[in-house]
Design a protein around this ligand. Sequence first.
Ligand SMILES: *[C@@H]1O[C@H](CO)[C@@H](O)[C@H](O)[C@H]1NC(C)=O
Length: 478
Amino acid sequence: MWQEFLPNAWSVEYSQKNAVLLSAATLGAGGVLVYWLRSRYKIKTIEMGDGWWGSGERLLKGKEDESIRPFKIETSDKEIEDLHRRLDQARYAPPLEGAAFHYGFNSSYLRKVVSYWRNEFDWREKVKVLNKYPHFRTTIEGIEIHFIHVKPSYVPHGQVVQPLLMVHGWPGSFYEFYKIIPLLTEPAAHGLTESDVVFEIICPSIPGYGFSEAPRQKGFDSIATARIFHKLMNRLGFKKYYLQGGDWGSRITTNMAQMLPQSVKGLHLNLVFASKLGLTRMISVMLGAYVPWLVGLSREDVQRVYPFVQKNIYELLQESGYLHIQATKPDTAGCGLNDSPVGLAAYILEKFSTWTDKSFRHKDDGGLESKYSLDELLTNVMIYWVTSSIVSSMRYYKENFASDPTLDADARVGVYVPTGIAAFPQELVHTPRAWAKTTFKNIVTYSYMPRGGHFAAFEEPRLLAQDILHFVRKVERL
Ligand SMILES: *[C@@H]1O[C@H](CO)[C@@H](O)[C@H](O)[C@H]1NC(C)=O
C-alpha cells in the first residue's frame, strides 16, 4: 500500500541554481517521509518461530521423521467394558425443581443420555464411521499430529480442486466436519450445482485434542498451532491453500493468515474475534445504539448486538465460567472429567446445548436432540474419552490467555488475505462487519446467516458449505 505515496515524495523537480543543496534536503526529508510511510503501511506478520513440544530436551541430532503414516482408530473389548462399568456405577445429584439447564446440565436428563450410551450407542460401529475417511499421523515439533485428508472421488471436467484446511475448536473435534466434507468435496452430487470449485479437505486435530498427541511442554498456544498446521500443509505438498474455522479454529486460522499471508488464498470464518477494544470501538458501541448508520452498523447488526450490556457482558459472564477455570487451573477439574465419562459428557454436552441456542437453557433436555442426534453428540464425547484428552484440551485456554490478549502480537497484526465471514445468528457474540474491519482489512464476503449457532459445520453443514463456496468463487474470480 505504501508504494502509492512514493511518487509524490520523489517527483518534486527543481531548476534553481542551488538545486543540489535543495535536492539533498528534499532527499533527506523524502527519505524520512518514505521511512515513515513504510513503517506505517508495511504489512506486518507474525514471526513464524520454531518449537519443540515432545518430552525432555529437543533432539538436535538428525532430522525429524517427516513420514506421513496412515492411521486407523481402533477400539477393544477392554475399552468398551471399562466404559460400561463406569457408566453403570455413576452417581447423580438430583437437579433443583424447575431448574432446566440454568444450573448446568440437568442430571435427570443426563440419566437418559447415559442409559442410551450404555445400552444403545455402538462405539464399534461409530469407529467404522470415523474410519470412513482416510486418517494419517505425522510428527511435527516432537509430537504426533493427526488429520484426515479427503479428496474428491472424481473431478468434473474444468473444475479446479482447492485445498482447504478446516480447524475445529473446544469442545469439538475433527468429527464436527463429517457432514460438511461431502458437500465440499462433491458439491454437484449434493445439489450445490452452480459451483465451479471443489475442495480436498484436510481436518487436523489440534495438539492435545483427540488423536493428536498432547504437548509435553508449557506454552503451546494458537500461534504454535498455526505454525504446526502450516508445516503440515507444506509437508503435504501444498504451497497455497484456503483456511476455515470457528471457535479456536478461527483464532488458529487467523494466526496462520497473519503468519504466512503468501500461503493463504483465503480465510473463511464462522466466528470473529474482534479483540481491539480501543476508544474507537467504545465510541462505535455508544453511537451505534442511537445512530447506527453513522458508525457503519446495519439494522441486523443492531438487533444482534444491542442491548449491549445484556448481550455482550451479562450473557458472556453467565456463560464463561468454564473459561475462567480452564484459563487458570485446568488440571484440577480435569482430573474428575478424565476419570468419569458421565461427568465428561455433562461438561461437554452442556456447551452443545447453550452454544447452539442460548434459549435452550430453558429446556428440560437442553434442546440437544432438536439439532443433533445422541449418536452424533456421544461420538464427539467418545473422541475425548478414549484419547484421555479433556485435560490437555482445557489447558489450551491457559496457554492462550497467559497474557493480556490486547497486548498479544497477533492482536496488533492485520489480516490482509481475502476473508469471508459467516455470521450465524445464535453465535455467542456478534461482530459487525464495521468492527471486523479493524483486524480484517480485506473482507470479500460477509453473510448474515439465516439460522444456526456456534457449531456451524455440525449444525448447519449445508448453509456453511454454501457460504464457503460463495466466498471461494468470489476470491477465484478476483
Ligand atoms: C430434567 O429433565 C427431565 C427429563 O428430560 C425432565 O423431566 C425434568 O423436568 C428436568 N428437570 C428439571 C429440574 O428441569
